[in-house]
Design a protein around this ligand. Structure first.
Ligand code: ADP
Ligand code: MG
Ligand code: ZN
Length: 654
């Protein structure tokens, strides 16, 4: 971390020149510097205040030997001749025990004859507040006391200025203090509306290379292309090619999205602006939009470069689903992002990377071509991937003789890269705790248990039995698709658990775009859906909950064939609709007779049963193929389309 900061600093220096950054614009973590300036000015203020107090006391002490006396006493002093001279001020009388001429001569003699008591006596004077007494002036005249009037004291220019300015300064300081607290960024915070917090990461600064990312080869390949474009744009532009403007990294948490983006920065050798989606969001409307604008302005000035927005779902959330009233600030930020992304084309050499683990909540406008037109999926790693990740994270750990990383990888099915990194580290800590110099297999096993216990609810590990059942289930889907004429070919079978719920999956890619499906194609789909459960029954003579989703999808499809598509025997070509929305928003009320409902229910059951029996018979016939493919799947966790086709072709008897 500290090493990062240092090189960051060097980097800032060079880039400040290049970026033409005014001193007010901060890159990275310069918030602390700002705070220092703030406290400094506070002390400055404090010192001024102290000076003022000192000055005040000094001015008061200058009048220390003026004795305040009662008016009657004052008059008495005049009458008995103690007071020889009176100054008539606005509110007071000041009486001096000597006349003007006398003061001058006495002061002269004082310089030659330093007699302390004379001096004090000379300097003593008396003051009293005025009383509306018409007899006073005549008394002075009578006693031959000198008197004179002084104009009301004018406040000095300095003190006037200060009395006006000080409250202002004070309020300003308090204001700044409060806002800096709110913004949490020293003086920066909320007041710096259009300054963005984009962090520029230098080439090699992240210290991450593509080699540090394992098990995400396809995603890596796509991003390597992005890096290549930034390094040698001619190669692509010469033949008129266009590189995507935006690349969205999608995948479950901890699979290495941020890591991959860092690797891109490390490899690309161009400025890399890193920002998190949440950095745009501030409490005032418009701040986020200003930050987006500023970020893109900086990026354009520094092209070729990469902008990376991590966790983009913070601002990219769908505007419709934002609920009642929506969120103005986020909406404006998103709109500005869309506008800015349209505002340049990829030839300017700015490429936007973004990462999210919730692509489904992103606004569709973000995903359309011309914006994030390329989506790179980073899935949880399969066995080989996990092994490679473990190897990376045990590079600097001393492993004992008995360590078999492949075994560890096998028992960590369903864990993401971040979990594996954690396991490697945890194992090292366990070894240290037991005062060993090397990490043993047992440490790694315990580490898995530990980290899985922590994850229990999120992504639990399957035990061997469950895994086998899942493998049979998925193979059942795939094999049924293979056996069904006209069904779309299987492109991938996987038993790597994905997110919540799905324990495995079988992907079928349509060979061409489909806008309508024939009756038989719909039935094929239903067969494939039922294949999973059928395979379980063939092998275990018992069904499980694992197929719940398949079953509901299959029966739903059958029901829609009967009601929506008019494919039933009795109500052929007739729709049996349900209300879409009533006055009170009630939907789902049927608009057909009780009898028709009964028919639909019976037919649904009949069709599903018929298909299921057929599928099961087919699988029973090909039990050997089912077993061979399942064994292979258990071993490899993922089978791609061609591997599966090859196996199926050699095993299936038909
Ligand atoms: P995400 O951003 O997808 O949530 P990260 O990129 O932050 O995940 O990953 C967290 C950590 O997990 C990384 O810093 C790295 O140590 C480890 N990691 C995750 N995936 C991989 C991978 N494919 N190869 C190597 N390490 C990985
Ligand atoms: Mg991340
Ligand atoms: Zn299934």
């Amino acid at each position: 971390m500290s090493k990062d900061n240092k090189s960051d600093k060097d980097w800032k220096e060079t880039f400040k020149k290049k970026l033409n950054i005014e001193p007010g614009v901060h890159l990275g973590e310069s918030g602390s510097k700002d705070k220092k300036k703030f406290t400094f000015s506070f002390w400055y203020f404090f010192i001024i205040l102290l000076l003022f107090l000192a000055l005040n006391t000094f001015m008061v002490s200058r009048q220390a030997n003026v004795y305040a006396v009662d008016y009657t006493q004052f008059k008495q002093l005049v009458s008995d001749g103690t007071i020889r001279r009176v100054a008539i001020e606005e509110e007071r009388y000041i009486g001096y025990p000597f006349s003007r001429d006398q003061a001058v001569t006495d002061l002269r003699s004082l310089t030659s004859d330093p007699n302390a008591s004379t001096a004090t006596a000379l300097l003593q004077s008396f003051s009293t507040y005025k009383v509306d007494d018409p007899a006073f002036i005549p008394l002075l005249d009578e006693k031959k006391v000198e008197y004179y009037a002084t104009p009301p004291a004018k406040p000095s220019l300095l003190s006037t200025l200060l009395s006006y300015a000080l409250p202002f300064v004070f309020i300003l300081l308090i204001w700044r203090f409060l806002f800096s607290k709110m913004g949490g960024q020293g003086g920066q915070g909320v007041l710096s509306f259009n300054q963005n917090k984009a962090k520029i990461v230098a080439e090699g600064d992240t210290g991450v290379r593509f080699d540090d990312v394992a098990g995400a080869d396809e995603s890596k390949y796509e991003l390597e292309e992005v890096v290549d474009f930034l390094k040698r744009p001619e190669k692509y532009t010469e033949i008129g090619g266009k590189i995507p403007k935006g690349v969205l990294l999608v995948g479950p948490p901890g699979t290495g999205k941020t890591l991959l983006a860092k690797a891109v920065a490390g490899e690309a050798g161009v400025p890399f602006f890193k920002m998190s989606g949440a950095d745009f969001v501030e409490m005032f409307v418009g701040v986020g939009a200003a930050r987006v604008r500023d970020l893109f302005r900086q990026a354009r000035e520094n092209s070729p470069c990469i902008i990376f927005i991590d966790e983009i779902d913070a601002i990219g959330r769908s505007r419709v689903s934002a609920g009642m009233g929506g969120n103005d600030e986020r909406e404006q930020t998103l709109n500005m992002l869309l506008v800015e992304m349209d505002g340049f084309d990829s030839r300017t050499g700015v490429i936007i990377l973004a990462a999210t683990n919730r692509p489904e909540i992103l606004d569709p406008a973000l995903l359309r071509p011309g914006r994030f037109d390329r989506q790179v999926l980073i899935d949880k790693p399969d066995l080989e991937g996990r092994l490679a990740i473990l190897k990376i994270h045990t590079r600097n750990i001393k492993l004992g003789e008995d360590v078999d990383l492949r075994k560890i990888a096998q028992s960590a099915a369903g864990l993401a890269g971040a979990d594996l990194a954690n396991i490697a580290n945890e194992a090292a800590l366990l070894a240290v705790r037991q005062k060993r110099k090397t990490v043993l297999q047992a440490d790694l096993e315990e580490a898995i248990e530990k980290s899985v216990a922590g994850l229990e609810r999120k992504s639990r590990l399957l035990n061997a039995k469950e895994r086998e059942r899942v493998a049979y289930h998925e193979t059942g889907h795939a094999l049924t698709a293979f056996l069904t004429e006209g069904a779309e070919p299987v492109s991938k079978i996987s038993i790597v658990p994905r997110g919540m719920g799905a324990l495995g999956y079988t992907l079928q890619y349509p060979t061409e775009d489909r806008f309508l499906l024939s009756e038989s194609e719909l039935l094929n789909t239903i067969d494939t859906l039922l294949g999973g459960r059928a395979a379980e029954e063939v092998i275990y003579q018992e069904i499980s909950t694992g197929a719940g989703n398949d079953i509901s999808r299959a029966s739903d499809l059958v029901r829609r064939m009967l009601t929506e598509f008019g494919m039933s025997e009795r109500y052929r070509n007739i729709t049996l609709p349900t209300t879409q929305s009533g006055i009170a928003g009630i939907s789902g009320a049927r608009e057909y007779s009780e009898k028709a409902q009964e028919y639909i229910d019976c037919e649904t059951a009949r069709i599903v049963n018929e298909r299921y029996t057929k599928v099961k018979t087919n699988l029973e016939k090909n039990r050997k193929a089912l077993e061979t493919i399942t064994t292979k799947l258990l071993e490899k966790e993922v089978l791609n389309g061609s591997e599966f086709q090859a196996l199926a072709k050699s095993e299936v008897i038909d």
